[in-house]
Design a binder for this molecule. Structure first.
Ligand SMILES: Cc1cc2nc3c(=O)[nH]c(=O)nc-3n(C[C@H](O)[C@H](O)[C@H](O)COP(=O)(O)OP(=O)(O)OC[C@H]3O[C@@H](n4cnc5c(N)ncnc54)[C@H](O)[C@@H]3O)c2cc1C
Length: 312
């Protein structure tokens, strides 16, 4: 079957907070906009049960928040297409090509908003205790553990920062890492000075135990090869993230960590290609910053399109 060619003003890839916010702004500027999502709409936040740091809501579920942004975007004419796999993406030329199973979209602007996945704890029990003691986002879920015992897993800057942050809440915090820390010296020093933190190096978490929620972790001392159990209320896993760049990593400049290199203006190394949300290299990855990027990318995309129209 021959594929249909369709002209768009903007193609947005990824329907998380960043992509949908970009669609909302683009739609409001009467730009012919499509959001292509290869899974279900919503991204990382889709299953969150209680978001308490998104301005305007005391508490909101991820589903409710995302459904509202999706409706706002669709109300102003943006099309959101779920489960649509992109087979080919060409970003180099002034007219970019985005090919799916049925269509070839031609567009001057692509906004990349493909987000990331946090690396999961590689243990079989992870799914049983996910959000019931196993967490990945200290800024989002740390407050649930006021005066509780927390373990943090990881040894890079992000893990040590998470541990320091979580001592706001924890009565005691174990910092567990399988080798030596990779974090910078200053952060390591802060961790060592913090009386709530017990550092456990050369130590691996080998099992999660509990009933309806996590109660204990089994840890292996790699030097002595002896195992022991620790009572914990929660473990925050911070063993890296995996940005979703497979689709375009050969065309776009990426940082060492594998995120897209783009400044606060969301412009990438390619004209007409913007990066928004967690996929962009930056320090803070939150819903508010994803929405902010979506806004910036769409507004600057509109300026870019207006300039192209002036010239052509
Ligand atoms: C468990 C958890 C809880 C969190 N809680 C909070 C919180 O309470 N408050 C807060 O501010 N932040 C929270 N965060 C962080 C927040 O979810 C992210 O910062 C935000 O969702 C990032 O949005 P995004 O649109 O940039 O990316 P994502 O949410 O990752 O969305 C990217 C989308 O792109 C899609 N995609 C990927 N590759 C492709 C492709 N090739 N083609 C098409 N589509 C593609 C993905 O399927 C996904 O839908 C939490 C994160 C997690 C993991």
């Amino acid at each position: 079957m021959e594929k249909t060619s369709v002209k768009k003003d903007i193609v947005i890839i990824g329907a998380g907070m960043a992509g949908l916010t970009a669609a909302l702004y683009a739609g409001r500027m009467n730009l012919n906009t499509i959001v292509l999502e290869n899974a279900i709409v919503g991204g990382q936040i889709a299953n969150a049960t209680g978001i308490e740091n998104y301005p305007g809501f005391m508490t909101v579920t991820g589903k409710e928040l995302i459904e509202t942004v999706q409706k706002q975007a669709e109300n102003v004419g943006a099309v959101v297409d779920e489960f649509d796999i992109i087979e080919r993406l060409e970003l180099q030329n002034e007219t970019k090509l985005v090919e799916t199973a049925n269509y070839i979209y031609e567009t001057p602007v692509v906004i990349l908003a493909t987000g990331m996945n946090r690396r999961k704890l590689p243990l079989a029990e992870e799914s049983k205790f996910a959000n019931r003691g196993v967490h990945y986002c200290e800024l989002c879920d740390g407050h649930m553990y006021q005066d509780k015992i927390i373990a943090v897993m990881g040894g890079g800057n992000a893990a040590l920062d998470a541990a320091l942050f979580l001592t706001k809440y924890a009565s005691k915090l174990y910092l567990v890492h399988r080798s030596q820390f990779r974090a910078d010296e200053i952060t390591q020093e802060k961790v060592k000075q913090n009386s709530k933190i017990e550092i456990m190096l050369e130590t691996e978490i080998t099992k999660l135990l509990g009933d309806t929620r996590l109660r204990k972790i089994e840890i292996l001392d790699k030097n002595t090869q002896s195992s022991s159990l620790l009572d914990v209320d929660a473990i925050f896993v911070n063993i890296g993230v995996e940005p979703n760049t497979a689709l375009f990593k050969d065309q776009i400049k990426l940082s060492k960590r594998g995120h897209i290199l783009a400044g606060e203006d969301c412009r990438t190394n390619l004209d007409g290609v913007f990066a928004a949300g967690d996929i962009r290299e930056k320090e803070i990855h939150q819903l508010t910053t994803a929405a902010s990027d979506g806004t910036t990318a769409a507004l600057l995309a509109e300026k870019y399109i207006a300039k192209l129209r002036e010239v052509n």
